[in-house]
Design a protein around this ligand. Structure first.
Ligand SMILES: *[C@@H]1O[C@H](CO)[C@@H](O)[C@H](O)[C@H]1NC(C)=O
Ligand SMILES: *[C@@H]1O[C@H](CO)[C@@H](O)[C@H](O)[C@H]1NC(C)=O
Ligand SMILES: *[C@@H]1O[C@H](CO)[C@@H](O)[C@H](O)[C@H]1NC(C)=O
Ligand SMILES: *[C@@H]1O[C@H](CO)[C@@H](O)[C@H](O)[C@H]1NC(C)=O
Length: 256
């Protein structure tokens, strides 16, 4: 305990330096033995369904895979109460339980480890410690976060476009089905559409809107538009989801 105390103090000091409202402060912790020989996992944490589903992920280094990982977390103010984060190895590649259809085609090029945190307390600082263990040493990465800062829904689903009048379109979508508490924590949406004219790309951003559809007017016949939507917690916690995959629609030149 006494031996650990020194390091914990240093860690807390570092965390206090960087805590200042940034979404996620990443800190490289001391490699417990060897410094350059072991790669330290780079940990990214996000909450895809506030407040229930927090995941952390880090890539498996291709050249020097760790023998195993230890992922633990604790509240910053009671660091002696250390809990295990539930590890999910890369082989079960489609990210866990919860992203059934959000990114069917985007197979990650690097193997990602995940670990799943249970429902966390609101407005509470947490520290996660991911340690890569090698045959002759280990390397830890500490990240500090507050749930509210790392909210990032999955992208909206089923983005679709239907013609309204001659030039008007109705753009509709569904909330990400992984966002479990839509009635308590509603989402808002931003819309982006892109098109090319004379070799130049143009784009328009709309929103945020709370509804799951917008009517778009004054689009130019003959142009092809790419439509995308992102989802954000209504009060603005965290950040907007990734953009949904683009839907490509060409406005007909003449009325059928
Ligand atoms: C989310 O967490 C709340 C509070 O702990 C719990 O009551 C609820 O059942 C959880 N929902 C899901 C979908 O896990
Ligand atoms: C992180 O976890 C590793 C493995 O459990 C442990 O040896 C190390 O002391 C922890 N680091 C901190 C700063 O708590
Ligand atoms: C969001 O996009 C990044 C970068 O393309 C990707 O690594 C990540 O997996 C995506 N997240 C989701 C939830 O689709
Ligand atoms: C969108 O569709 C139009 C017409 O089919 C095509 O010319 C354009 O290359 C497509 N854009 C993208 C980004 O796929």
């Amino acid at each position: 305990m006494a031996a650990m105390f020194g390091r914990v103090c240093v860690t807390v000091t570092l965390l206090m330096c960087v805590l200042g409202g940034q979404a996620l402060d990443l800190l490289r912790a001391t490699a417990t033995s060897g410094t350059d020989r072991y790669s330290t996992p780079t940990v990214y944490c996000w909450c895809a369904s506030y407040p229930n589903m927090t995941l952390c992920s880090w890539p498996e280094p291709a050249n020097s895979p760790a023998t195993h990982y230890i992922a633990t977390y604790s509240e910053r103010h009671s660091q002696s109460d250390i809990k295990q984060c539930n590890l999910i190895p890369p082989s079960s590649s489609s990210p866990p339980l919860n992203s059934p259809s959000s990114s069917p085609s985007s197979v990650p090029s690097e193997q990602l480890w995940h670990c799943q945190l249970p429902t966390l307390k609101l407005l509470t600082d947490y520290i996660i410690n991911v340690t890569a263990v090698y045959s002759s040493g280990s390397s830890s990465h500490l990240a500090s976060f507050m749930l509210e800062d790392i909210v990032k829904p999955d992208p909206p689903e089923d983005v679709r476009v239907s013609p309204q009048n001659i030039k008007d379109l109705l753009l509709e979508w569904s909330p990400p089905c992984t966002w479990a508490n839509l009635d308590i924590f509603p989402l808002k949406y931003q819309i982006k559409y892109l098109w090319e004219i004379g070799g130049t790309s143009k784009s328009v951003n709309l929103g945020p809107v709370e509804s799951t559809k917008v009517e778009l007017k004054t689009l130019s016949p003959g142009n092809a538009y790419l439509f995308q939507v992102c989802a954000m917690e209504l009060l603005g916690l965290g950040e907007c989801s990734n953009w949904s995959s683009p839907v490509n629609v060409t406005i007909p030149r003449t009325q059928p």
